[in-house]
Write a protein that binds this ligand. Sequence first.
Ligand SMILES: [Zn+2]
Ligand SMILES: [Zn+2]
Length: 145
Amino acid sequence: MSADGATASTGGCLCGAVRYEVRGRLRQVVNCHCSQCRRSHGHYAAYAAVKSADLAMTAEDGLTWYRSSDKARRGFCSVCGSSLFWAPQDLDYWAVSAGSLDPPTGLETVAHIFVADKGDYYDIDDELDRHDRGMTAAARQDGIV
Ligand SMILES: [Zn+2]
Ligand SMILES: [Zn+2]
């Protein structure tokens, strides 16, 4: 992705039954340690994010949604099982699994969220920002989320 965000990023699931294109800027990657992400992804989730209007599906035969709470739903591939999206009900962005993006992503991991809920089987041993719950507005600097 170029510095001005003009170059589209692409991504998809393991089997290709879900493919998408990002036509705007991607937020840097945030690791979410909440229990729902850990169950859904098998470990903590590494999420970029994009304005919903900037995300377009180019293949969606496998795209299936699970309503994981009254605030959000999770998109995954029903063929290969890849966890792909976290889409909040009332906000105009989608979190996109960083691992589903085609390389090079040009992104960096910048923070950990829901650290208070993290699993007891690993330690967070880097110097990135940590937030017990979600990120505060002050911590969100790129205007996407
Ligand atoms: Zn798939
Ligand atoms: Zn989470």
